[in-house]
Design a protein around this ligand. Structure first.
Ligand SMILES: O=C(O)CCC(=O)C(=O)O
Ligand SMILES: [Fe+2]
Length: 497
């Protein structure tokens, strides 16, 4: 799978480069071969013409050497031409290259295209981007050199229709239509055919949205312009279908408005101020920090969430990726009932797990132990993740509460999340019940407890990774189990203590 991680999209970039190179050398080889053949044929033609030019063909063929020549041409020369022409070595080689690429890298299929389109739709939903802005290359008010043509907008509209996102599909089809009308690409006839195709889909989307009259009018327009257009079939189909479902718009879940608001970097309305948050240097937490105190930013109190700035150097982050590159990244799943894992749109990323054997991971383990005070015997390996097109992780707790995996010693008492990249736009970490949003800052660490001291779960820690708008978001998560920590964070008796 490619779309669920920006890193693996790089394989596709490479794939396309190799396809381009192979195709160019194929065309060049073909051209050379054709030129050679053409010359050869011209030569044969000259000889042939000369023979046929003679007023009396018998004169020519009666000459023993001429006869010899004609026969030789047909025995050898034409054969020499036929075989490679039919065989076409460059074509065989080209086919081979494409086959190998398809085996080694694999070409993306329709589900990948849908994944990418869903990513775009997710960005629109969470950040209120309009299709026309995106088509103009404007993302979140910033101009990128990425304007789209009508075909691309049409394709997104079609894919969204197939995904059942009818309102958004209609929006993209409208943009496609306007683009085609303002920048016609062919002479009139072809354009009207394309317009008919767009209207046909727009009619279907309108029907699904409970506007059968508008659907009918659009189909009418199509058939007026092109009486033989297959839209006639659609009309018959819609005429015989039950009335459309008007209320088929999916309702947003209750957390959605907090999520989108925080993702956009807008605080929720305050519910009375608590104690003020502070930034401070902490050189006392462990002797290790005496000379280089921790740079602590409190982002929430009760439950405490702290950001530790400048924890990892760029070199250290590079070393983490050297370790991660030795392993295979796989699509992230979410835990389901009975210890199952499923791949869902609510989490679009790829991940791998690093143990604490290598020098860099030994230092990471030491840092987490010194900062958190926990015993790393209870730590899971570090999960390194990379998000994809519109990649996100919807609100969730990090604890399990039920169906704890059998190899866990206690639930996930804390989360230590390292930001391993900056993100150009989007990709905030948000705590949907706490009014906290954190833009990723490369080298920083966020830490919080998921369990109360009683080891009961703390649902206030629900959090999410917002869709990445532009950029590649990389994080490293270390989850600590409550086993082994009995003396590090002694429990209390009341569940909310
Ligand atoms: O990407 C983020 O900011 C949050 C990730 C997260 O919550 C997780 O991986 O459990
Ligand atoms: Fe999480």
């Amino acid at each position: 799978e490619f779309y669920s991680s920006v890193d693996s999209m790089q394989d596709l970039g490479q794939l396309e480069l190799e396809l381009l190179n192979a195709t160019r050398s194929y065309l060049k080889a073909q051209q050379q071969e054709i030129n050679l053949f053409r010359k050869f044929v011209e030569q044969l033609k000259q000889e042939h013409d000369m023979a046929m030019d003679l007023t009396n063909l018998d004169d020519y063929l009666g000459h023993p050497l001429h006869a010899f020549r004609l026969i030789k041409r047909l025995v050898y020369d034409w054969d020499a031409l036929h075989a490679p022409l039919v065989e076409n070595k460059p074509r065989e080689e080209y086919r081979q290259v494409v086959d190998n690429l398809s085996k080694e890298v694999g070409f993306p299929d329709l589900s990948e295209l849908q994944g990418a389109v869903k990513g775009v739709a997710r960005l629109q939903r969470v950040y209120n981007f309009t299709a026309s802005d995106l088509a103009d290359g404007i993302i979140n008010g910033f101009f990128y050199d990425s304007a789209m043509d009508w075909r691309e907008c049409y394709e997104i509209g079609v894919q969204l229709f197939d995904l059942g996102e009818h309102q958004r599909s209609l929006e993209w089809l409208q943009v496609a239509f306007n683009l085609l009308r303002t920048n016609p690409e062919m002479d009139g006839d072809d354009n009207s055919h394309f317009m008919a195709d767009i209207r046909e889909y727009a009619a279907l989307a309108n029907f699904e949205l409970g506007n059968p009259k508008r659907a009918g009018r659009l189909l009418e327009k199509v058939l007026q312009a092109e009486p033989t257009h297959p839209a006639q079939l659609i009309r018959n189909y819609l005429d015989h279908r039950e009335g459309s479902r008007i209320d088929q718009q999916k309702r947003d879940p209750s957390w959605f408005s907090n999520y989108t608001r925080l993702c956009q970097g807008r605080a929720l309305p305050e519910r009375g101020g608590g104690s003020p948050l502070r930034c401070f240097l902490d050189g006392k937490r462990h002797a290790y920090f005496t000379l280089a105190p921790l740079q602590v930013e409190q982002v929430h109190l009760e439950p405490d969430i702290n950001v530790y700035h400048g924890i990892l150097t760029l070199d250290q982050i590079d070393s983490i990726f050297v370790e991660a590159d030795k392993l295979q990244m796989t699509r992230s799943g979410v835990a389901g009932a009975g210890g199952t894992r499923t791949v869902l749109d609510l989490r679009v990323s790829q991940q791998t797990w690093l143990d604490y054997e290598s020098p860099i991971m030994k230092s990471i383990a030491r840092l987490v132990a010194y900062i958190s005070g926990f015993d790393m015997a209870g730590a899971e390996p570090m999960q390194v993740a990379n998000y994809g097109v519109g990649g996100q992780y919807e609100p969730h707790p990090d604890y399990f509460e039920v169906n704890l995996p059998t190899d866990f010693k206690g639930d996930r008492i804390s989360t230590s999340m390292f930001y391993l990249s900056d993100v150009e736009q989007g990709g905030y970490t948000v705590f949907t019940k706490l009014n906290v949003f954190l833009p990723p800052i490369k080298g920083a660490l966020v830490m919080w407890h998921n369990l109360h001291r009683s080891l009961d779960v703390d649902p206030r820690t629900y959090h999410a990774g917002c869709p990445v708008i532009v950029g590649s978001k990389r994080i490293g998560n270390i989850w600590m189990h409550s086993g082994h920590q009995e003396f590090r964070r002694p429990c209390n008796l009341t569940s909310d203590s």
